[in-house]
Ligand binder design. Structure first.
Ligand code: ZN
Length: 327
């Protein structure tokens, strides 16, 4: 029954009718609309829809109910068949689909916005093949809503996914976008601000497992970094055994992934002034050691993260990895 409520929330009765060219006018009552009845031969508008309650009633034929009842009557289907019918209607609007379309849209936008490409270059990311492989995009802001509603996604649904604010603005406005995939599905989007806004942003949902774990898990030595820019520049430099936890605190799933078989882990967290990154790395290394995993901490020069250090001194970074001390 939870699915049923979910389904009804995702398709508003009024939207459903309007998509089928039902024309109506508002009545004197708030959120109430009236038009010709789609269920009987109606000459005088007698079909009323309460958009708030998602209910209809026809004074001509006496039929009334919710969206599923309407589908039963209009499509001549059983209750169960009507549910399946509606599930098919929203299949393209499924979460995975909207994430894919958003990521693809932002990927195209990247090439239309020199300021974003310039930002990537400043961070040391310049290999076009890698940008393509990681699906990196850019959200200029202000145009995602129009793009997705033109593809049939309802505004409410887009707000529900977190991609659009209730004011209709892109959540990721002026951010470089990395899609986070798991088993070929986008589970979240990460947005790095290129302006003054707070640097890091994820959609309000799980960050998923370790980034690109499917391609990294077979390495016997794995480099773990905090951020996706760190990962991208390390991949670009040939360290394809790098994964990222999107932060210094691993979810139980991410920890389990790292510890799923014997391997060596190099933890390369940011060298912050307040030592937060180094403390988190220390704790993680101890937990990994407890799980029988050999963990090494890579101390970076003060004020550096792997991205900036590799950019500044690739040879030095490689040396750091070689000299990594086991805990
Ligand atoms: Zn009727």
């Amino acid at each position: 029954m939870q699915d049923l409520e979910h389904l009804k929330q995702r398709i508003a009765l009024l939207d459903y009718l309007q998509q089928r060219n039902w024309t109506s006018r508002p009545t004197a009552r708030q959120q109430e609309f009236v038009g010709l009845c789609p269920l009987h031969r109606d000459t005088r508008p007698s079909f009323y829809v309460n958009a708030r309650k998602n209910l209809f009633y026809c004074h001509g034929c006496g039929q009334g109910g919710d969206l599923i009842r309407f589908v039963e009557l209009s499509e001549h289907l059983s209750f169960r068949q009507s549910l399946a019918f509606l599930e098919r209607q929203i299949a393209p609007a499924d979460d995975g689909g909207v994430m894919e379309r958003t990521a693809a849209f932002y990927q195209l936008e990247l090439h239309r916005h020199p300021e974003a490409v310039q930002y990537l270059q400043q961070r040391g990311l310049r290999d076009p093949a890698l940008l393509e492989e990681l699906g990196i995009g850019y959200a200029p802001g202000g145009n995602l809503r129009r793009h997705l509603t033109s593809q049939g996604y309802s505004f409410d649904w887009l707000v529900h996914t977190g991609l659009i604010s209730s004011q209709g603005r892109d959540t990721f406005c002026r951010r470089v976008i990395f899609p986070c995939r798991q088993h070929d599905q986008i589970v979240n989007l990460y947005g790095r601000s290129i302006g003054a806004a707070f640097p890091h942003r994820l959609l309000p949902r799980s960050k998923g497992g370790l980034f690109a774990w499917e391609s990294v898990r077979h390495f016997s030595t794995v480099i773990l970094v905090e951020g996706l820019f760190d990962l991208a520049v390390l991949w670009q430099a040939g360290f394809r055994n790098t994964t990222c936890a999107l932060g210094t605190h691993l979810t139980p799933l991410q920890f389990q992934q790292l510890a799923d078989r014997p391997r060596s882990i190099y933890i390369v967290f940011d060298q912050d002034k307040n030592h937060a990154g180094q403390q988190a790395a220390q704790q993680l290394a101890q937990r990994l050691a407890g799980a029988g995993i050999s963990a090494h901490m890579i101390p970076l020069p003060p004020g550096h993260d792997p991205n900036s250090y590799l950019f500044a001194d690739a040879a030095g970074f490689t040396l750091c990895l070689q000299q990594a001390h086991p805990l």
